[in-house]
Structure formats: structure tokens, C-alpha cells
Design a protein around this ligand. Structure first.
Ligand SMILES: [Zn+2]
Ligand SMILES: [Zn+2]
Length: 300
């Protein structure tokens, strides 16, 4: 891996937690793609991984990364679909590394669809888990079609189920199941090789993360491909998602005694209750300490 690709991969892994100063050099980011068959592709650049469905009925895109990458993403779509236009953009949640390009794709004719809480959060200032306050997004970035529980697209031979999973990474998360292609896009309810990023300022929770993984696993079989929000440039398998779910459950059980006493969070962190999990999961973008604090002492 060249230093450039390493930098891009690191930036992608950091995702929305990046400060402006730490954002990638977008001029150097390249958009790569993995062909999943049936008109479905996984696009990787910087920010959340994109799911792209192309065909005669038009283009459906799950997430659109950062605004400065929109022209490159559109060029990749043109290469794969024969058109740079997008019919639908589906946002998995409100963080800007997944929907920063909304207004740019609206300008290219797209209709933005998302859970109703995504629209509410994009219309208001929001506080990231790192404490950064983001201003409201411009009206063109706001979803114009919203749903409370689920919505289904019927395009290009695919039945595409957008399923809301409550209070996981945020309170607006959607996982997307491409039924015939047997692919599930997890958004940021799955950041591979990392502890979960629980956005407590947006009502995220560990219980919700576990529910999101269980919901996806209920629709998965041995051949299902899983697209994570971050942490892998290729799709994962059902066994990977099950391992992630097992980590979440183990962490919940290890932290349960401490979660009843948030005032003692400093002592809990010092006791390193996740020591048995850290070698596998603690080296990612969410440190063991950050994860413990997000579970034991979430924002009020
Ligand atoms: Zn993200
Ligand atoms: Zn996110």
C-alpha cells in the first residue's frame, strides 16, 4: 500500500470524527469500485462506503461521501452506469462523511431519501461525538422523502429494503438490503476492525448496535455480502458480522455492572474491563477508553 493509499484508508477509517484540519486531501483521493454483480457495486473513496445500484431504471446510491468528491464519484458512476445522473440517494444517517454530496447530486437530478430523523438533524446544528458543532446543511441537502420504519425500492431487478434500526450509531440509522443480490449495506452500524462509534449526542446506544447487527443477521445467509460503513475496502461476510455482534454482546456484558454507576467512569476506564477484546477490536478509530466512556457515561 502506498503512503497515499494508506493516508486515504486511514482517513476513511476515521470517518466523520475528523476535524477540518485532519480531513484528507480530496485532490488525492481516488474512487475505486468492487463489482458485486446484478448491477450492484461498492464504491470506496473517503468517508462512508457507497452502495451503488445501476441499470435501466436509473441509479440508486446509498450514501455519497464528502462534497469535494462528488465529481469523482459521478465520474465513477458514469463509468459503471453510462450516466453520471443519480435517481435516488439514500442516506444511512446524518453524518457528513455519508451525505456531504447530497446537494451536488440533487443538482444532478437526484431525490434524497432517508429516515425522518436524518432530515431533522440536517436541518439543525448537530454536535459530533468529538464535540464539534456542525451548522445546519443547506436546504438542497435535506431529504425530501422520509420514512419512519422502512421503505422499499423496486429498481433494476432488485427489491431494495431500507430498514430503520433505532438508536444504534445514531437515531436515524438505516440498513439497506438488496434482496436478490443478497447484499446488505450496514452504514455506520458496522465499522469493521473497530469498537462501535456510539453517537450519544444523537441518541446512539450499544443496545441499538446489537439490535442492528441482529436485524441484519436475520436477513443473512452463508453467502450474503456485507458492506460496512468503514474499515474495509471490500465486502465482508455473514461470519464477520456475527463476530462483530458477538463482540458487542460481550462488551455489553462486561460493562453492565459499570453502566449502573456513571460517576465512577474514570475508575472503570482505569480497570480496562474490555482487556479480553482489545487485541482484536481496540486498535481501530474508536479507542477502548472512548468506547467505555460512550457506554458507561453517555452525554446527558
Ligand atoms: Zn461514517
Ligand atoms: Zn456516522
Amino acid at each position: 500500500m502506498s503512503s497515499l493509499r494508506l493516508a486515504a484508508a486511514t482517513a476513511a477509517a476515521l470517518g466523520f470524527a475528523m476535524s477540518a484540519a485532519a480531513q484528507p486531501n480530496f485532490d488525492e483521493i481516488e474512487i475505486s469500485s468492487v463489482d458485486l454483480g446484478d448491477g450492484l457495486h461498492m464504491l470506496v473513496g473517503a468517508g462512508g462506503n457507497i452502495g451503488l445500484l445501476v441499470g435501466a431504471d436509473g441509479v440508486l446510491m446509498v450514501d455519497d461521501q464528502f462534497a469535494p468528491l462528488s465529481d469523482k464519484i459521478a465520474a465513477k458512476i458514469e463509468e459503471l452506469a453510462g450516466t453520471g445522473g443519480v435517481r435516488f440517494v439514500l442516506n444511512t444517517h446524518h453524518h457528513g462523511d455519508h451525505n456531504g454530496g447530497n446537494e451536488n447530486f440533487v443538482a444532478r437530478g437526484a431525490t434524497v431519501v432517508a429516515h425522518e430523523n436524518v432530515r431533522t438533524r440536517l436541518m439543525s446544528p448537530s454536535t459530533s461525538p468529538t464535540g464539534a458543532v456542525n451548522p445546519p446543511r443547506p436546504p438542497d441537502a435535506w431529504p425530501v422523502v422520509t420514512f419512519a420504519d422502512s421503505v422499499t425500492f423496486h429498481m433494476n431487478g432488485q427489491t431494495v429494503h431500507a430498514i430503520h434500526v433505532a438508536n444504534a450509531h445514531t437515531d436515524g440509522d438505516t440498513i439497506v438490503r438488496f434482496e436478490e443480490a443478497d447484499v446488505i449495506h450496514m452504514g455506520d452500524t458496522l465499522n469493521w476492525n473497530s469498537y462501535p462509534r456510539i453517537d450519544g449526542n444523537a441518541n446512539g446506544s450499544l443496545a441499538g448496535f446489537i439490535n442492528a447487527a441482529e436485524t441484519a443477521l436475520a436477513h443473512a445467509d452463508a453467502d450474503t455480502r456485507i458492506i460496512p460503513g468503514h474499515g474495509s475496502t471490500a465486502p465482508l461476510g455473514t461470519a464477520d458480522l456475527a463476530a462483530y455482534r458477538d463482540m458487542l454482546v460481550a462488551a455489553r456484558d462486561l460493562l453492565a455492572p459499570a453502566a449502573a454507576n456513571p460517576e465512577a467512569v474514570d475508575e472503570v476506564v482505569a480497570a480496562d474491563p474490555l482487556a479480553s477484546l482489545n487485541s482484536r477490536w481496540g486498535g481501530g478509530s474508536v479507542t477502548p477508553e472512548a468506547f467505555v466512556r460512550s457506554v458507561v457515561a453517555p452525554p446527558p
